[in-house]
Design a protein around this ligand. Structure first.
Ligand code: IPE
Ligand code: IPE
Ligand code: MG
Length: 240
């Protein structure tokens, strides 16, 4: 079982269009999928589920859509907090939360605080997140520490970088799923996905089901993760 699954939840707009509906219907339906997949991940005993909910670039969408998405976020958090508590899910966020409208940010922070006692699935919401934004502020922070004499340049290693990213403390994703048939990363977790297994499905996010999730997991389980080694090295353990 992968320890950490990350998902680029894509295709809400196209799903709505297919039904002859406005894009927001797709986003609302997408929330139902989030609910289902979070409960399913809990059942499967997955430790971390990271969901790309809103990218830095998504701020460039029409204002009506951005406003409606922020309102949907508040509604969803209000509605879902009891379920998160019931399922022992701990909510975390990554991204530039200071860009969110005041109420959305406050609700989000309250939910993070309330669920912080939970010990089950860690649900990481990427909100106003982009990987280049994250890496840029990491570089700024490390430069500041060097300037202030807190660390030396030669002490900066991969671990230092990992520990300075917004995902500090979270293991790298083992599996990345992207729905809607797009074959790209769209500025998501560029550092952290270095050795993730990638899984793309044409299924649109509102249509994504527990079965689709299981298919991705089974596909992952058939992969050989070599981390640069040879197949023989990786399989040595089995032959002994
Ligand atoms: C993903 O669905 C949700 C967000 C990015 C907020 P989209 O809104 O990108 O849906 P498509 O890609 O237009 O179908
Ligand atoms: C990526 O989806 C961001 C989220 C799922 C939140 P987009 O729909 O914004 O990505 P592009 O624009 O197709 O690359
Ligand atoms: Mg999209």
């Amino acid at each position: 079982m992968p320890r950490h699954v990350a998902i680029i939840m894509d295709g809400n707009g196209r799903w709505a269009k297919q039904q002859g509906l406005a894009r927001m219907f797709g986003h609302r339906q997408g929330v139902d999928t989030v609910h289902k997949i979070t409960e399913h991940a809990t059942r499967l005993g997955i430790e971390y589920l990271t969901l790309y909910a809103f990218s830095t670039e998504n701020w460039n969408r029409p204002k009506e859509e951005v406003d409606a998405l922020m309102a949907l976020l508040v509604d969803t958090i209000k509605k879902e907090t009891p379920t998160l508590m019931k399922n022992n899910v701990k909510l975390m966020t990554i991204g530039g939360l200071d860009r969110l409208p005041e109420e959305t940010r406050r609700k989000m922070e309250e939910c993070v605080e309330e669920t912080s006692v939970n010990t089950g699935l860690n649900l990481v919401l990427a909100l106003s997140y982009s990987s280049r934004w994250e890496i840029t502020r990491t570089v700024q922070e490390l430069a500041r520490r060097v300037k202030d004499g807190e660390i030396r340049v030669q002490d900066i290693d991969e671990q230092t970088v990992s520990d300075t990213l917004t995902t500090r403390g979270i293991p790298d994703p083992d599996l990345l799923i992207r729905t809607s048939g797009e074959l790209r990363i769209s500025n998501f977790l560029l550092w952290q996905l270095a050795y993730a297994e990638l899984y793309f499905t044409p299924c649109l996010w509102p249509d994504f089901t527990e079965e689709e999730f299981d298919k991705a997991i089974m596909d992952y389980q058939g992969r050989e993760r070599r981390f640069g080694k040879t197949s023989e090295q990786v399989n040595k353990g089995y032959r002994l």
